[in-house]
Ligand binder design. Structure first.
Ligand SMILES: Nc1ncnc2c1ncn2[C@@H]1O[C@H](COP(=O)(O)OP(=O)(O)OP(=O)(O)O)[C@@H](O)[C@H]1O
Ligand SMILES: [Mg+2]
Length: 381
């Protein structure tokens, strides 16, 4: 049995449905993330788990028990907010001790528990300070320490790192992963930042307009998006759309707009003529200088065509297209190249600047050849 079960939960505000028949089962010890764009219902769902709001339909069970009649303070659930919500007139220790006092913990036990929480969130030595004497990251750690001190079964975190700058956010992400491992408490984490969700979570529920679009492990969500929305929302993705012209033997061919026939590995049985899409990540596309019809140079050594174990030659399995570089964007570790085909399809490609001092492989106007194998993309019906 899952620790936390959200069963067919809906929440309506007037005639607007903010959460629409959501069912999710979260296991004990899991780092689970609700990911989706602004307004998709993440906070509304979290508030219902915490008990600040109630579902119009459906049930929320913890350890098999329906939480409907339990007010927030009687649920073994704590929430960490983006805004920290610390008591400004209380020291760090005072803030962390507060939930223990509310829970009528014997006074003699409080200092040791506060100390343990300070240790969990790496704030030993900061106990006497006041919130205004702390950095944003430290304040958020106090808020997390305060939420953990009563050892709740579930910790809800609503965009806890959103107010921090990029570098600090990354540090805190690593700390959160380690903290969750150490304390073993189930985390339900809310974010609209897809890289954060991919980095932190054991599993992710991608939400859109109040519904769960896909629920899976990060690598599955990234590599095998089941809908156009998920493909587009999670990282950069080329969506090649067009009618299906052939399917069988584990390969689907679509006549992609502005490109032509593109083959993709898929076991889906699709009727010819039906429209489909191929989700193709920029880093899966090999880009080579187009010298002439033959003898193109592969731009990056790591991406040289490989012999396939099943004996298919690379030429057979690859999709090949010519194009012109129309834009590029240097991002430090990688450079994004936009390649346009003569028929007007724009593909985003990405090459790592791994060589010393390497910042650019192509200039705007360069003629290039793009190729990718049939299993580089993912078919979406
Ligand atoms: N009390 C309320 N009354 C009316 N509408 C509400 C109420 N609370 C939320 N909504 C609406 O429900 C939708 C979902 O809101 P919610 O706060 O859950 O979004 P979210 O996914 O957390 O977004 P964000 O990433 O911006 O925090 C929004 O359109 C919001 O305006
Ligand atoms: Mg929100």
């Amino acid at each position: 049995m899952a620790l936390l079960e959200i069963q067919n939960v809906s929440r309506r505000f007037g005639d607007f449905t903010a959460v629409d028949q959501v069912s999710i089962a979260i296991e004990a010890g899991e780092f689970f993330t609700l990911l989706g764009p602004s307004g998709c219902g993440k906070t509304t769902l979290l508030r219902m788990i915490a008990g600040f709001d109630l579902p119009d339909d459906g049930r929320i069970l913890l350890n098999g028990e329906d939480l409907a009649d339990r007010p927030p303070e009687q649920r073994p659930v704590r929430t960490v907010f983006q805004s920290y919500a610390l008591f400004p007139h209380m020291s760090v220790e005072g803030n962390i001790a507060f939930p223990l006092q509310m829970a009528k913990t014997p006074a003699a036990e409080v200092p040791a528990k506060v100390q343990a929480a300070l240790e969990d969130v790496r704030l030993i030595g900061f106990g006497k300070r006041y919130p205004h004497e702390l950095s944003g990251g430290q304040k958020q750690r106090v808020a997390i320490g305060r939420a953990l001190v009563t050892h709740p079964a579930v910790l809800l975190l609503d965009e806890p790192l959103a107010a921090l700058d990029a570098k600090l956010r990354e540090e805190m992400q690593i700390e959160l992963i380690n903290l969750q491992k150490e304390v073993g408490i189930t985390f339900v984490y809310v974010t609209h930042d897809q890289t954060e969700a991919l980095a932190l979570s054991h599993r992710i529920a991608v939400m859109n307009k109040g519904r769960v679009e896909q629920l899976d492990q990060p690598a599955k969500i990234y590599s095998f998006p089941t809908s156009r929305f998920v493909a587009d929302f999670i990282g950069k993705c080329n969506l090649l759309e067009g009618p299906v012209t052939a399917s069988g033997n584990g390969v689907v061919t679509i006549d992609a707009e502005g490109l032509g026939p593109v083959r993709v590995a898929s076991s889906a049985a699709v009727t010819g003529g039906k429209s489909g899409a191929i989700a193709l990540r920029p880093e899966k596309i090999r880009v080579a200088t187009s010298t002439s019809a033959v003898g193109a140079t592969i731009a990056e050594p790591d991406r040289r065509p490989e012999a396939k174990p099943d004996g298919r030659s690379d030429t057979e399995s690859n999709n090949h297209f010519r194009g012109t570089v129309t834009d590029h964007l240097y991002l430090g570790d990688v450079t994004v190249y936009i390649v346009s085909t003569p028929q007007g399809c724009k593909l985003e490609t990405l090459l790592a600047n791994s060589g010393a001092g390497r910042t650019k492989f192509f200039e705007v106007g360069d003629a290039v050849e793009m190729s990718w194998s049939v299993d580089a993309g993912h078919f979406i019906s």
